[in-house]
Design a protein around this ligand. Structure first.
Ligand code: SAH
Ligand code: DHB
Ligand code: MG
Length: 219
């Protein structure tokens, strides 16, 4: 099934989510630098952009920059005075990301911070409440990042967590993969949390079978 999934991703990307020069260059530079090709697909990047635009997001936080591919999609959803803070633990990834952000003309909007997210969060906590948070770093810590996001977002904010389905391991009680266990823990926590309404959508495409959670902060 991977072949039609990839073909449809390409079909949609060509028509509805085309990469301009900066996005294409970001992919190429990331590949040339040997970064793993695990960025969101073009249709997924477009979805992040649409979601952020839809709520009029002005303050975004991203966990896991890699080469800034999703960062560029999200940065483009912001108004001129908007701000996207993106957190990246790997200095080599951050170096590639910095060049890609500059090439996309987003230096004025994107604040790239290098370090483990847990170490960067205290300073970020001092800043404004956020209205869009994209969780896409070390998957074992997605529940902890979600808890932080909930405490630092305004009512009406969206929290999106990537890679929660994990080829179905999310719903496989036999799977003891720590990344899958963390996604189950995330779902249990969100289910028990009356401040958010959420759902998870399974995805197939160029990146195989996975899915993302979207949560609306109600209060
Ligand atoms: N959001 C990107 C993909 C991110 S891949 C995109 O879609 O384009 C996950 C990234 O998280 C990797 O670059 C990895 O180095 C980073 N990462 C892993 N652990 C981290 C941590 N503890 N804090 C911050 N970043 C981390
Ligand atoms: C993988 C995919 C992702 O979207 C991600 O954020 C991290 C890893 C993967 O396929 O390994
Ligand atoms: Mg991801």
């Amino acid at each position: 099934m991977q072949q039609p999934w990839s073909a449809v991703d390409e079909y949609v990307a060509e028509r509805l989510a085309p990469e301009d020069a900066a996005l294409a260059a970001a992919v190429r530079a990331s590949e040339d630098a040997g970064l793993p090709p695990i960025q969101v697909s073009p249709p997924q990047g477009k979805l992040l952009y649409l979601l952020a635009r839809s709520i009029g997001a002005r303050r975004i936080v991203e966990f896991g920059t890699l080469g800034a591919y999703s960062t560029i999609w999200l940065g483009r959803a912001l108004p001129r005075e908007g701000r996207l803070t993106t957190l990246e633990a790997d200095p080599a990834h951050a170096e590639v990301a910095r060049a890609n952000i500059s090439r996309a003309g987003l230096d004025g909007v994107v604040d790239l911070r290098v370090g483990a997210a847990f170490d960067l969060l205290p300073a970020l906590s001092e800043e404004d409440a956020f209205d869009f948070i994209f969780i896409d770093a070390d998957k074992e810590n997605s529940p902890a990042y979600f808890a932080w996001a909930l405490e630092h977002s305004r009512p009406g904010a969206l929290i999106v967590a990537d890679n929660v389905v994990r080829e179905g391991a999310l719903a496989d009680p036999e799977s003891d993969d720590p990344k899958a266990l963390a996604q189950r823990q995330l779902h249990e926590a969100v289910a028990a949390e009356d401040r958010v309404s959420a759902t998870t959508i399974q995805t197939v495409g160029g990146k195989g079978y996975d899915g993302f959670m979207v949560a609306l902060v109600e209060r």
